[in-house]
Design a protein around this ligand. Sequence first.
Ligand SMILES: [Fe+2]
Length: 260
Amino acid sequence: MSTERVATVVGDLIKRINDAIDEHEVTYDEYHAAMNYLIRLGEAGEWPLFLDVFFEHTVERLNQGEGGTIEGPYYVPDAPWLERPYVLPQRDDEKGDVLILSGTVRSTGGRPIPGAVLDMWQADADTYYSNVQEGPPPYNLRGRMTADDNGEFEVRTIVPPSYHLPRGGPMEELLNAAGWHDFRPGHLHFIVSADGYTPLITQLYFEGDRYLDSDVASAVKPELVLSLRKHDSPEEMEERGLKKPFFTTSHEFRLKPQDG
Ligand SMILES: [Fe+2]
């Protein structure tokens, strides 16, 4: 970053914080509480969480726009490559409703993108992410797959639960102190990429989730909210080789061609 850019952006940030201090007549006690809080936030390793929850959505909107949303703090690279038919890696007795997501990867102009890569991750039914939280085995509910020659894909996973942010640290302390809830609506995370296109970072949500309108991370967009269709007839379950009812939904990802 150039000196000019740093001076402009950081200078404005400092000015606006000073304006807020002025406007709300912040006391010395409050100033010291804020300083102490920010130190503890760092010591607890919660700066990425804090920044992704409160600020990433604006950076995302400016840089991706429609069809994208925040990445959040729980992406892990090098998830296993999956073989067709795609099933996100999971335990034999993985809890949660079975979900079959199908869809297409297209250019913003509407052309299917054969071989596009979908890197997908989500929380388990107990709300935990593998590799970054205790509980699930490594790379559980994380995987990479490719779209077929028509840009289409289908993957079996579980319906993701809504979850609250990690508790017991400075992040929870702040949300409690402000009287704000700490929930995110259930979601699937994706990074979709293909040669010649800008990678799309996004999430998919589901109609009926009680936190769609009050996501603590402000990351829900209407075009990312899908409806789930329930299948519970014996014929449908047998056709899928499943012993319990399942849900289906679909989505079209649109990638922007890289210019020149
Ligand atoms: Fe998430």
